[in-house]
Design a protein around this ligand. Structure first.
Ligand code: TA6
Length: 290
């Protein structure tokens, strides 16, 4: 058992991309980058492994635009409901505040960020806790600050790096119902043990608290996505046409990423009583593909 050294967990502020502020976090096992813009974890990589998170080479890094890749925080709505302005809520476009850095004795680092209050978010207390160590955990905590019930959607929209999307399988969703976003959210049931990619995939798997794995035959790696207080898993790859249509995403980057997102979307939206809190958490880990 190596002796724990709390000094090994380090946080330094970076001269980040664009006019944004970011922190670099190094631990005995890994390195990460976290932007205050959107409280956006943009990078996580275990030493000696390929990056776990995918970050587009074409991402914008400017206030008012979401960063393309990493873990976008989607709240208080998913997608683009008719009565809402903008796609995927607004907190990924806001500057969050770093409230606390904790360096436990094992060398991991815990960052606690909060969403500063604004008119459109006054109903909620929003906090985000990121734990960087041998794995990466992220927890979105939303508290109902009003005297009435509040309903919302939330999702940690994680982009993962893969060696070749043609040699990837997502497992753990067989038998789960999903809404097919490519067919007007038509309700279907997953029949495959292993979901593979041969074209655009955009599916909202509902009523499923289960862990999911991304089996990468090129990198010989398994990424495990475990979650708490999440009934929805979204699986997305834009493929060729949509990749070309996104200005902040490289035309061929669909070949090296898969989104497996954890949240509560559509029929799984969250409803909180006054004073109640929701705690959406993911734990992202990786190991060798046997
Ligand atoms: O999670 C899948 C999805 O809803 C896709 O439909 C696509 O729109 C993706 O999110 C990215 O959305 P964004 O607003 O970040 O371009």
């Amino acid at each position: 058992m190596t002796k724990a050294n709390p000094q090994l967990g380090k946080v330094t502020f970076l001269d980040a991309q664009g006019d944004l502020q970011a922190m670099e976090v190094t631990t005995p096992w890994s390195r990460a980058e976290v932007y205050l813009h959107g409280a956006h974890v943009t990078q996580f990589q275990r030493h000696g492994e390929p990056p776990l998170l995918f970050l587009s080479q074409c991402s914008r890094f400017e206030s008012g635009a979401p960063i393309r890749g990493g873990i976008p925080i989607i709240f208080p709505w998913f997608g683009k409901p008719a009565d809402k302005l903008g796609q995927h809520g607004f907190v990924r476009n806001r500057d969050w505040e770093l409230k606390e850095v904790v360096s436990p004795a094992d060398g991991s680092v815990i960052l606690r960020l909060i969403l500063p209050e604004a008119n459109d978010s006054a109903d909620y207390g929003v906090e985000y806790v990121v734990t960087i160590g041998n794995a990466l955990s992220a927890e979105l905590i939303v508290t109902n600050r009003t005297g009435h019930k509040l309903s919302f959607e939330n999702c940690l929209h994680t982009y993962f790096t893969v060696g070749d999307v043609n040699a990837v399988a997502v497992t753990g969703l067989k038998g789960v119902e999903y809404l097919d976003s490519l067919e007007n959210r038509q309700r279907k049931t997953e029949s495959d043990e292993a979901i593979r990619f041969t074209g655009e995939v955009d599916r909202i798997y509902i009523n499923s608290p289960l862990a999911v794995e991304i089996r990468d035959e090129t990198f010989r790696r398994v990424i495990r996505v475990e979650k708490e207080s999440s009934l929805t898993t979204v699986v997305w790859n834009p493929w060729i046409a949509k990749a070309k249509a996104m200005s902040d995403y490289g035309d061929d980057e669909y070949q090296r990423m898969v989104c497996v997102e954890s949240g509560n979307v559509a029929v799984n939206e969250v409803t909180l009583s006054p004073g109640e809190a929701s705690r959406l958490k993911v734990k992202l880990s990786s190991g060798a593909l046997s």
